[in-house]
Write a protein that binds this ligand. Structure first.
Ligand code: GLN
Length: 392
């Protein structure tokens, strides 16, 4: 067998996606990979049905269909607080995943340093490897997941080309404050670096917290590549519609990277999703209300069955502390991954092991999500309640 690239030996498959496969194999309730179990809005499904008959069925423009980019620009201008030119400042991608990879490949040379907060969404590790970048990890310190801005400055002093900011942050649910973003932004400007943001949970932010777009801060538009997606906002994770927004020179280069990676996102799906992008503000207010209720309901359930957890400020993820179980003789020497596999088979609920998100040695956390119908949450809590029997 001829040798494969050295690159592919340096990272594993996604543990998040692997947990979904194991969960499906055992018929567990899947609270691992974050996606909703409910339908997208009716208007979007109707538009998809219409697109099936009216098209388009052939390629859209490589960097996104014109009407999709126009609708996107109209929606995101509000968040970014300035006009966005749909011709020159947007690239439509296959999900937020491609947007991040495309951003990294657009700005990084092999060996460039990029700062990543830890815990981090596991894709960023592979994004760095595939784009040749060397990550510098900046700890987000629990319980509030705060960070030391002087470490960020050290990273920039060491030559970091960019910093990745997932806001709201997967998996810890942190919502970066305006002040924190300003401090990061000022350093990016001072050291002439980029901020690459992942804002896919922008509409899942719980009171009293609010989402601030890095690109909306004074002087930051020129230094920011905003990566985002429609997956979470419109409950269409399988459609793989994402995008990046940035200054013209960056987007011009990103368009080329995207074109040769994927040519383009699915044309009929872009057409159908325009219906969602044109929703009034009340849609996003309702979405926030729905997820706030789900979060409160899920956390109340966890409290009832005595599972210690963080309280996410945003996203639909919760980190659960499993240390008291790992301390039991039956789990002696057990990793968090093994515990999650045991949980799928014996409790019937799938989670993601925390170690797939942390650079630090962390073995006592697992991540669950609550983008589920109430009945499913009830059943999941009832199954998770059986964990307590282990302690008696
Ligand atoms: N962001 C989601 C998660 O962390 C999954 C996204 C994906 O699998 N592409 O679970």
């Amino acid at each position: 067998m001829p040798k494969l690239s050295e690159r592919v030996g340096t990272f594993t498959d996604s543990v998040i996606r692997r947990m979904t496969r194991i969960s499906d194999e055992y018929g567990a309730i899947n609270l691992s990979q974050g996606f909703p179990d409910f339908d997208p809005p009716q208007e979007i499904m109707d538009a998809l049905a219409e697109a099936a008959y009216k098209g388009p069925h052939q390629y859209s423009i490589t960097f996104g269909a014109g009407n999709f980019r126009q609708a996107l620009a109209r929606k995101q201008e509000k968040a970014i607080g300035r006009a966005i030119d749909p011709e020159t400042e947007i690239v439509v991608t296959c999900g937020g995943t491609e947007a991040m990879m495309c951003a990294m490949m657009t700005i990084c040379n092999p060996g460039d340093k990029v700062m990543v907060f830890s815990p981090f969404y596991e894709n960023y590790g592979a994004d760095a490897i595939l784009s040749g970048a060397d990550p510098i990890y900046i700890p987000l310190v629990p319980p509030a997941y705060t960070f030391d801005i002087s470490l960020v400055e050290e990273g920039f002093k060491a030559g970091a080309k960019a910093i990745i900011v997932c806001n709201p942050s997967n998996p810890c649910g942190k919502v970066f404050s305006r002040e924190e973003l300003m401090a990061i932004g000022e350093l990016a400007v001072k050291y002439d670096a980029f901020v690459v943001t992942d804002e896919v949970y922008e509409h899942m932010v719980y009171e009293p917290y609010h989402h601030t777009c890095m690109a909306s801060l004074p002087g930051m538009y020129e230094h920011t590549i905003t990566c985002n997606s429609l997956s979470k906002t419109y409950s269409i994770t399988g459609w793989r519609l994402g995008y990046l927004i940035g200054p013209e020179e960056v987007v011009e280069a990103a368009k080329k990277v995207h074109d040769f990676l994927t040519v383009g996102a699915a044309a009929p799906l872009q057409e159908a999703a325009v219906a969602g992008l044109n929703f009034p503000d009340s849609y996003y207010e309702d979405l926030k209300k729905i997820y706030t209720e789900k979060r409160d309901y899920f956390l109340a359930g966890l409290d009832r069955i005595g599972l210690a957890h963080n309280v996410p400020q945003g996203t639909y993820f919760v980190l659960i502390d499993i240390q008291k179980f790992l301390d039991l003789p039956r789990f002696a020497g057990c990793t968090d991954l093994e515990f999650c596999e045991w949980m799928i088979k014996n409790i019937g609920v799938a989670a993601v092991p925390g170690s797939s998100f942390f650079k630090e040695e962390v073995n006592h956390l697992i991540r669950l999500h609550f983008a589920r119908e109430k009945e499913t949450i009830d059943e999941a809590i009832s199954r998770l309640g059986k964990l307590q029997e282990l302690l008696s």
